[in-house]
Design a protein around this ligand. Sequence first.
Ligand code: OAD
Length: 228
Amino acid sequence: MKKKVVVFTGAGISAESGLSTFRDSRGLWDMYNIEDVATPNAFSKNPKIVLDFYNIRRRQLLKCKPNIAHYSINKLINKFDLSIITQNIDDLHERSGAIDVLHLHGKLIESKSIIDNKVYQISGEELNLGDCCPKGGQLRPNVVWFGEQVPNMEIAINMVKKAHIFIIIGTSLNVYPAASLVNYAINTKRIILINPNPVTNENDINFELILKKATEGVPELVSELLND
Ligand code: OAD
């Protein structure tokens, strides 16, 4: 039976594709207040500001391509039972050919109705006020905002519990509950963290740290695991 590898990614894996991270200097949360653009309250108070914030993100995403880190991860399927969990709302894993990517924080290219939470693909770059579902409900981005539940968390936890190798790439491990996934790596022989900067996590986890950018560290690790 193939050994289970779970890969858990954050904004850092898409940084070299041209998408900003959140907490690096000049990251998105340096330029915007979370309370203005990424909470249910912000959407109730000023939906246009929120929709515009995500329209800018979507416009940038459509100009970007997956990088070698995204592509390299997919090669693991040749030897391992691979699961990918991402905090990213971009679709760069999917566009690199990954199948069954579990998104914890939703997807930028999807909307959902405020009436019944039904999810729709967004065809162009923009979602605007007045864009409604067939029942007449305003559409919002299908992303998880601060203060909202993370619906895929249970599925992610069960994946991580089964992981033989757990690889964490390009995340500051700052946002919960996503960051708590590391605590469920109970059957894991190796927990490997790829990040060019040291990560401080309040959980006392014994990471194997690869202090490299994703485009360098990921292909190296994948080739080590495939040749091991
Ligand atoms: P952060 O911006 O918090 O962290 C990005 C991490 O990527 C940092 O630790 C960087 O050191 C690292 N990094 C930067 N460049 C890199 C590179 N080229 N290769 C590898 N790593 C690199 O982003 P996340 O941890 O993903 O949630 O943030 C988690 C969540 O916070 C996001 O999903 C989003 C945000 O608020 C919501 O909006 C709900």
